[in-house]
Design a binder for this molecule. Sequence first.
Ligand SMILES: Cc1ncc(COP(=O)(O)O)c(C=O)c1O
Length: 440
Amino acid sequence: MTENLDNSILDAPRIVVKPPGPKSLEILKQQEELETSALNYPKYFRIAVKEAKGSTIIDVDDNIYIDWFAGIAVVNLGHNNPIIRKAIETQLDKIWHYLEIPTEIRIEFMKTLRKTLNFDAKFLFTTTGADAVEAAVKIARWNTGKRYIIAFNEAYHGVTAGTVGLSNSTNHRKFQPYYDNNVIRLPYPYEYRCPFRDCLNEVLSLVEHEIKINDVAGLIVEPIAGEGGYIVPPKGFLKGLREITTEYNIPLIVDEVQTGVGRTGKIWAYEWEGIKPDIVTIAKAIGEGIPISLVAYNKDLDKLPQAFHLGTYRGNPLGIAVGNATLNYLMNSNILDRVVSLGEYAKKRFDEIMENYYKGKYDVRGLGFMIGVEFSNERKDPINVKPYIETLLEKGVIMYKAGIYDNVLRFMAPLTIPKQLLDRGLEKFEEAVKEEPRNA
Ligand SMILES: Cc1ncc(COP(=O)(O)O)c(C=O)c1O
């Protein structure tokens, strides 16, 4: 049932000319002339894209790739998904922009979304992940009248002026002094590289200590650190944070921008720990590529003045229609079970492959379709994975990096990927690891 929805090209990958082919090169050259030097992704994937189907991407030279990137965990139900396409087309015939003036689909979406959350939520629409995080932090500060936000060292919450202070990625840390400095940064419980003997409890006691001695307005956390390296914290982390923040009456903001909308095998990753957050940020896959995001917050926090957070494009009807279709699909199909079982299968295969070639000098971790493969050498020194990304692309698999040292490859395929493309991708991954021990 799930796989029929995914119109992937089933004999992918098919590489007819080594990427970048001549047509890709020409377009990349023109892009460089026209667009900012701050581009990021074309530095990793040297191709120009023609079209996409399901879990496959076709470049302008007619190479076909298996997509394990999903536009950075956005196209969770696959490219050109017929259900999503229909939701967009139906809404397109009605209206595609009218600010906050309500539409039927807007109300329907919020009612659907409420069914997926385990607390009595109200909603504030935004446009991007960072916009949702900014609004969430404002809600926490407004309600508590306090200043500091606790965030984690491996965190990524966006890079706008209002979020870069919360993100600690290597490329963005240097901008922090110019923006929001009211952030207390603590280590995430990153067990593979943890300086503490008891990672979980030491981190939790640091959190409690900082809350005791500072004017803390809120704590923001990713259930799995995404850009930070697909780091799965030890069991009990979110629960521990919930207990501490409840005790000190501090809003707990769970950033589900990357982990949400089914990626880990639950609609929201916080469900794995059975906690009730105060504020949840939602973006990326809720719109399947149509820019939409929002904040869900406990109705007790709904003391916000008129026009508290504005933005012309918030709550776009096309994005809302997609969000509604996406959540209904997640709730009414067997896809979440599939993500858990296929995710476990993929994790085991990644582990076997890495053990064969890296013999203990690696870490494979993940939940559902959020799997990280960390490379290191003898002394656990991080290994930059860029050469693997290039080799994988040449073999027809699109896979991206994560980690504050760029030392993690992350698997974030569409949740609908056909099993045969998952297996073929794993074969290519094994070939790449075998051929690419440049840094080992
Ligand atoms: C956890 C998390 N929060 C926030 C953001 C920022 O979202 P956006 O890029 O839409 O601003 C991201 C983006 O990757 C993210 O992974």
